[in-house]
Each structure stands twice: as C-alpha cells, then as structure tokens.
Design a binder for this molecule. Structure first.
Ligand code: FE2
Ligand code: FE2
Length: 376
C-alpha cells in the first residue's frame, strides 16, 4: 500500500435529481398543480445531434431512462428547438397511436398529457423540459400560467449546473492550450475517451443503477482526467522514447497535481455548488489505479477504486492503445480488445471490459465520428 493517502472528499451538494424531486413535491402542493406527475429534462449534444434523457422526477415509473435519439429524427421537437415555441399535447394517445415511440412508452406508463418547453439561452439550445400528467387535458392555459415560474426555475437550475461544468472544461482547455499537454494527448483523444466512458456507463446503468445524470456528468468530466499533465516538464511529457524510471515517477505526479488543480479551481471559481464534484475528483485521482493494486498513486484495489474511475481507466487505456503516440504506433481494435480481455479482473474492471468487448460496432462509430479535433 502506498503511503500516499487518497484524497478526502469535502461534503457534497445534492445532485440535480434530488433537487428536482424536492421541487416537484413542492409544486404539487401549489394551486391545482397536484396532478403534475412527471418532470423530466433531456439534454442536447450539438456535436452528435443526440438528445439524451438526463434527469427526471416521476410519480409513476420512468419509461424513458437511458434513452437517446437524434434530434433530426424527431421533427416536431426539432421545430420547437429552432423556434423556441412550447408545445401542449392534451391527449398523448393520439401521437402514441400514430407510432411515436416516446409517446407510446409514456402512454403505456399512464401519462396522458404533456407540455414541452425548449431550454434555450442566448441562442444556445440546451435541451427540453418535459412535463406530464396522468390526467388527460391537464395542461390548460391556467395551469400553464401557474407552472410558468417553476418551469423557468428548473431550466435555470439546469443551465446553471451545465454552465458550471462548461466553465470548468473551458478553464482546463485554456490551461492545456498554453502547455505542452495539448500535444501529448490530443483533444480528439479526450473526446473519444469520454464517449467510450459514456458507452460503458450507459451499458452498465441497469446493473449498477446509474442514473442518466450520473452517465452525463461522467461523460462531461472524463476529458479533464489528465489535467495534471500541464505540470509535467516538456522533456518528459513529449519524450519520443520510453521513459526512465525516474522520468516515469515524475510523469506519475500528474495525478496528484491534477487533484490539486481541480481543488484550486473549485475554490477560486467558487464552484463549490457543482454537483458530482466527487465524481470529477475520483476520475482525476484514480484513473491510473488497477484492480490488483498495481496502479498508482494510491495502490487501491478492487471495489476501493470508485466505479467511475474504473470506467474512465478502461476508456482511457483503450483509446491510448488505439491511438498513435510519439512513442508508439496505433494498435488495431482487435489487439487493444485482446489486451483488455487478458487484463480483465487483473488491471481492469471485468464488467467495463465486457462492455467494450461486446461493443465493437459502437466503438467504430465513435472512432468514425471523432477522427478530427472537436474540442478545440
Ligand atoms: Fe493520466
Ligand atoms: Fe488519457
């Protein structure tokens, strides 16, 4: 066991889902808003045109967890995204009968009316707020009027949290840009790695009870995993050959430096309200730990390594292997997957590896989509 103590976590603010559930409870006690049975937010990713479920509070079951769809395949929502118009459907059985999959699934769970608000700010489209009721014809003009301030509040909370994460990402991008870290690991590596992590987390979601919120924040935080490399000297960071033991020890300090940088940013930017800060810190602190304790810098073993860090590790290594680096040629997917298979349960979380082994098509899709720089 290393004498380095794993970083202690500060007390964390609640996640967005918990806040949404509290707010939902409050809203139901207002006026005639009791029958508001579901509040959900879906986020839009403009690099992939994907609309993905994010957070919800539902009185009944939640039929749309872990859903993703291309916005271009959803013409009526795409129209709302463009125009900013709101949409009321007071009988969901109509679009459900016409074969609209999402409406069908909501109706099957008993939701009969819906009100949709595009979340936009300063020409940026963030996603949608969906409100549903088990009652048909619930969303009358009067109800919509009563709901308006709450809809505003929810969209503001969501935008604020996303802006906080974006600000953090932008700050890290700037730090990387002025350092040689941008040459040692390219922006495209970070994009692919984040998408592999998203792939693993969403396929393990049912097994580990991950919320969409968890999956999304992991995706957002993964590109920050190596922020500490900005503190590694160029002679080591950009060395074309194999590192000496001494150089390797310096390289390994990027983990502890990364944690320091993240903590400083949290403090100096006043980001202490950011949800899932612990997840970000775990990804930075533990992405080089290995299941058998042979990783660094804390030599954690097995389940002591947080799951988000185990996911990030597999995503990171897979992309590093399949990328060209100054000191090595790119491996084929098959070669990289074979190494993951060999090291599953030894170095890597076997469930994360299993997802990668079963996802060659999705892996190829990510590689095709991110073959150019997208984070710059
Ligand atoms: Fe790293
Ligand atoms: Fe990396």
């Amino acid at each position: 066991m290393s004498d380095l103590a794993a970083p202690a976590l500060p007390l964390m603010p609640r996640g967005l889902v918990e806040r949404l559930i509290c707010l939902h409870d409050e809203i139901k006690n207002v006026g005639q808003l009791g029958p508001l049975s579901r509040i959900a937010v879906a986020l839009y990713d403009d690099t992939t045109d994907i609309l993905k479920t994010f957070i919800h509070s539902s009185d009944g079951n939640s039929p749309l967890d872990h859903s993703v769809a291309k916005l271009s395949d959803l013409p009526s929502l795409r129209q709302l995204a463009w125009t900013g118009a709101r949409r009321t459907i007071n009988d969901m059985t109509v679009p459900a009968k016409s074969g609209q999959l999402h409406a069908e699934r909501l109706v099957a769970s008993g939701y009969l009316s819906s009100y949709t608000v595009p979340i936009r700010h300063k020409d940026v489209f963030y996603g949608f707020l969906f409100l549903n009721s088990f009652d048909r014809d619930f969303f009358t003009p009067e109800i919509i009027h009563q709901l308006r301030p709450y809809a505003e509040l929810i969209t503001m909370i969501v935008m604020r949290e996303l802006d906080t994460v974006r600000m953090m990402q932008a700050a890290v991008r700037v730090i990387r840009e002025v350092s040689s870290a941008r040459d040692s690991e390219t922006a495209i590596h970070l994009a692919r790695m984040a998408h592999y992590a998203r792939l693993i987390a969403s396929r393990l979601a049912a097994k580990h009870n991950f919320s969409d919120e968890f999956v999304e924040f992991l995706f957002q935080f993964c590109p920050l995993h190596d922020v500490g490399k900005v503190a590694v000297p160029d002679s080591i960071l950009l060395k074309p050959g194999k590192l000496t033991d001494e150089e390797m020890n310096v390289m390994r300090t990027h983990v502890a430096r990364g944690v320091q940088i993240i903590d400083l940013m949290m403090r100096d930017f006043g980001l202490s309200s950011m949800p899932h800060f612990d997840m970000l810190r775990n990804v930075v602190a533990f992405h080089h730990e290995a299941i058998d304790g042979s990783g660094y810098p804390y030599n954690l073993t097995g389940d002591a390594i947080p799951l988000e860090s185990r996911i990030a590790a597999v995503a990171d290594v897979f992309d590093a292997l399949t990328s060209t680096r100054p000191y090595k040629a790119a491996w084929s997917n098959e070669e990289a997957l074979a190494l993951l298979r060999r090291e599953a349960g030894i170095k890597f979380d076997p469930h994360c590896v299993e997802v990668m082994l079963e996802s060659l098509d999705a892996i190829k899709e990510i590689q095709a989509q991110f073959s150019e720089t997208v984070f710059d």
